[in-house]
Design a protein around this ligand. Structure first.
Ligand code: MEV
Length: 445
């Protein structure tokens, strides 16, 4: 088939049914099966489906992901059951196990250190640096006033624009940046920040033109918030006396503490390990961020930038052993909201916030950081003791058995059989083949 037959103009204008037909007929070997599958994942309530469709463009259906709970978190002395959306086997199990483990040792202490968000107006200007600097400083306040329509509500809530500064970059001729700092309270603040930036930039251009009479001398390249928020930091920590760590598999408390500390130090100095290590942290963080309708891409990109702020990518978590105390902590930038965006629109995000007791954005940062730390603790604990595959393979076995449509009886027999054997798709299929050959009726039980 020619490639122009497989492209289309005006796709977005088609009805949902027409879109599905076009994709199914042109891109799927079994159009009917595809249509049935898409239909089966749609919300049974048309109103709810319309809400979901409103989040994106060209929607055909929904993509279901498991919605889970990690219970037993004690954070700042309060109990939480934390909603998590993640598809990876054993992440929720690890978070829950760590939560329970630390519940018995005083729980997590989380603190929000600051909550400043950044927006940037990127400019070019061919005037002398001293002239543009003076122009900016002389007019900064009136330019900020031009944004008051956007600022007034945020100021009522205790936030607003905190600071704007003009920065030059010697390495890029004519390039300047207006960097603005914001407090956005319980909202993530992306729309608010971007609106302020665009209004400020327009007022700046108008004022510059009326002052110098030539529009081409100062130009706005772009206005956008920065997802890097190194001044919006949350810290979460667990600690106990070494002997309270107890026995972990074949490791005594002391052996565990020092092996764990070594593992964290390795992730501090080696970027290959650091990447996987931090991925484990984001297994937990992303899952909570998704479950609460926040932007996991923003949170991740920010964290990874922060992880290499001194020039080398390093672990985001730290461990110390001093005076017999084992301490493990995470200090991480995070920009979360509990109002605005999807937080109240997505039906399950709303439920997640209910389950968490309608937290403020700061409380959500504290909870999310604790889950990231729990996840990291669980992963490293397994890695240095039993190895990760034991837990993973249990979940993998269950996934493969589901895929092969194993019955309850087959499930039980397979779990018993693979207790001490390597799980692979092929090995499980062969095991079921033998079972089904010996006893064909087993597929009914
Ligand atoms: C797997 O999703 C995450 C881990 O690789 C994290 C780690 O290695 O620390 C287990």
């Amino acid at each position: 088939m020619k490639s122009d037959q497989l492209t289309i103009t005006g796709f977005s204008k088609l009805s949902k049914k027409e879109k599905i037909n076009w994709v199914a007929d042109n891109f799927h070997s079994d159009p009917q099966k595809m249509k049935e599958m898409l239909a089966s994942c749609c919300h049974s309530d048309e109103v709810q489906q319309k809400v979901l469709d409103g989040f994106s463009e060209n929607t055909l259906s929904n993509f279901p992901m498991p919605y889970s709970i990690a219970p037993n978190f004690i954070i700042n002395g309060l109990p939480y059951a934390v909603p998590m959306v993640i598809e990876e086997s054993s992440v929720v199990a690890a978070a829950s196990a760590s939560a329970k483990y630390w519940k018995e040792r005083g729980g997590f202490t989380s603190t929000v250190i600051n909550t400043i968000k950044i927006g940037q107006i990127h400019l070019t200007c061919d005037q002398d640096e001293a002239i543009i600097n003076k122009f900016f400083e002389d007019n900064k306040l009136s330019l900020q006033k031009s944004c008051s329509d956007h600022l007034v509500n945020m100021e009522k809530r205790g936030g607003g624009l905190l600071k704007s500064e003009l920065i030059s970059f010697p390495e890029e001729e004519d390039y300047y940046q207006i960097r603005m700092s914001f407090e956005t309270c319980d909202s993530m603040g992306a729309n608010f920040i971007n609106s302020v930036l665009e209004t400020f930039a327009k007022a700046l251009l108008d004022l510059h033109q009326s002052t110098y009479g030539d529009r081409s001398r100062l130009q706005v390249v772009m206005c956008i918030l920065s997802n890097y928020t190194p001044d919006s930091i949350v810290r979460s920590e667990v600690s106990c006396r070494i002997e309270e760590l107890g026995q972990t598999a074949n490791l005594s408390a002391v052996q565990f503490a020092y092996k764990f500390e070594k593992a964290i130090r390795i992730a501090q100095i080696d970027l290959y390990r650091a990447t996987t290590h931090n991925k484990g942290i984001y297994n937990g963080i992303d899952a909570v961020v998704l479950a609460t309708g926040n932007d996991f891409r923003a949170i991740e990109s920010c964290g990874h930038t922060y992880a290499c702020r001194d020039g080398q990518y390093r672990s985001l978590s730290h461990c110390s052993i001093e005076d017999g105390i084992f301490k493990f902590w995470l200090e991480i930038p995070m920009s979360l909201g509990t109002v605005g965006g999807l937080t109240k629109l997505h039906p399950l995000a709303k439920i997640s916030l209910d389950i968490l007791g309608q937290p403020s954005a700061k409380e959500l940062m504290q909870i999310t950081a604790a889950v990231g730390l729990a996840q990291n603790f669980g992963a490293v604990r397994s890695l240095i003791s039993t190895g990760i595959q034991k837990g993973h393979m249990k979940m993998h076995l269950s996934n493969v058995l589901h895929q092969l449509k194993a019955t309850e009886k087959e499930f039980k027999m397979a779990i018993d059989h693979f207790k001490d054997k390597i799980v692979s798709h092929r090995a499980v299929r062969e095991f079921l083949d033998v079972l089904r050959k010996v006893d064909p009726a087993i597929t009914k039980r």
